[in-house]
Design a protein around this ligand. Structure first.
Ligand code: HXC
Ligand code: NAP
Length: 288
């Protein structure tokens, strides 16, 4: 789908790049010539991913164990990365989420998810953004921040309220800084994926496997997304080819949220052929 050297010479940090969608993006970016840094809390997970992806792609991949909730730890990680050379791309992908009845949540539960998703994104974005802005246009090429949100940032969603409020904040950050920093060479966009099977998401959000079939029925395409589809979109959005896309949230969900939102969608799907026939206009009687 892309030229082999599409991301040649781009240096990319993917938070939460040791697993799931972040790992799939790391693999695609390496295949396309980027140098990739991944971070996450679990050192052993990162080390296994570095080894696997280096072997499968031959690309340059490094890792830093870092909890993005901790601003000082993020600053330290970014300082270490910059000591090698500045980054070109920051992909804020790390997240925390779980299904819960909101009235039963502790303050700690809110703080945990908002800390990872919203503050974590802020910490990395500020650490990289300040360095890019200080270097001005002297830095080679354009800088890109790509955030990962969800399809419920605008609608909200019951039972994942900490995630919904945090991701909505990330969406606001994306659109705000796209404007504030755009004229200084930094583009900022987001991907809002629909359900894509990963261990991290599905183990926490799909308590019974058979619920997956219902979820697919709620999607016009009748299936989940794939990690490859996500990684290809991410590769495009961090590439120079998408240079005029700024402040955009690209939904990739097979049309799922629109199906949920359409007033007559559910009703139409329940009607029988006979009922559709009955809805048609009756032939007009011609006057003799
Ligand atoms: C209620 C919960 C809870 C649950 C944890 N807590 N799990 N409350 N229901 N299921 C509360 C704890 O009681 C605690 O509150 C606080 O949250 C922090 O919990 P810890 O276990 O100490 O936190 P930690 O080890 O830091 O783990 C963070 C986490 C965990 C967010 C809770 O799930 C995690 O590590 N997630 C990372 C990966 C992830 O979530 N991936 C899925 C992303 S999918 P107290 O008050 O005791 O301190 C996604 C979008 C999907 O984001 C959209 C699909 C379409
Ligand atoms: P995942 O595999 O659980 O990915 C989350 C990653 O974030 C993990 O690698 C985790 O590593 C890391 N992480 C969590 N807390 C962290 C912290 N405090 N500091 C640093 N890293 C942390 O789930 P995923 O499905 O790939 O999700 C990736 C992104 O896609 C998330 O932003 C999620 O909201 C979004 N998304 C996913 C779906 C889906 O259906 N899969 C749909 C919509 C949006 P550690 O645990 O080692 O820290």
């Amino acid at each position: 789908m892309f030229q082999k050297n599409l991301l040649q010479a781009k240096r990319v940090l993917i938070t939460g790049g040791g697993t799931g969608l972040g790992k799939a993006a790391a693999q695609r970016f390496l295949e396309l010539g980027a140098e990739v840094y991944i971070c996450g809390r679990r050192q052993e997970v990162l080390a296994a991913t570095v080894q696997e992806l280096h072997q499968s792609t031959g690309g340059q991949i490094h890792s830093h164990a870092c909890d993005v909730r901790d601003a000082a730890a993020v600053e330290q990680m970014i300082e270490k990365i910059w000591a090698d050379a500045p980054l070109d791309v920051l992909m804020n992908n790390a997240a925390g989420n779980f299904l819960a009845r909101t009235e039963e949540l502790s303050l700690g539960a809110f703080q945990s998810v908002i800390g990872i998703v919203l503050l974590g994104t802020l910490h990395t974005t500020m650490a990289c953004g300040r360095r890019w802005l200080a270097a001005g246009r002297k830095g080679e090429g354009e800088k890109v921040v790509l955030n990962v949100t969800t399809t419920y940032t605008t609608t909200g969603s019951a039972y994942v309220v900490p995630s919904a409020v945090a991701k909505a904040g990330v969406q606001a950050l994306t659109r705000s800084l796209a404007v504030e920093w755009g004229d200084r060479g930094i583009r900022m966009n987001a991907i809002a994926p629909g359900p894509i099977p990963t261990e991290g998401a599905f183990s926490r959000l799909l308590p019974r496997p058979e619920l997956a079939e219902d979820a697919k029925k709620r999607n016009p395409l009748g299936r989940f997304g794939t990690t490859e589809e996500f990684a290809n979109l991410a590769a495009f959005l961090i590439s120079d080819g998408s240079g005029y896309i700024n402040g955009e949230v690209v939904t990739m969900d097979g049309g799922e949220w629109l199906q949920g939102a359409g007033e007559f969608t559910a009703l139409g799907r329940q009607l029988t052929n006979k009922e559709w026939e009955m809805m048609k206009p009756k032939p007009k009687k011609t006057k003799e």
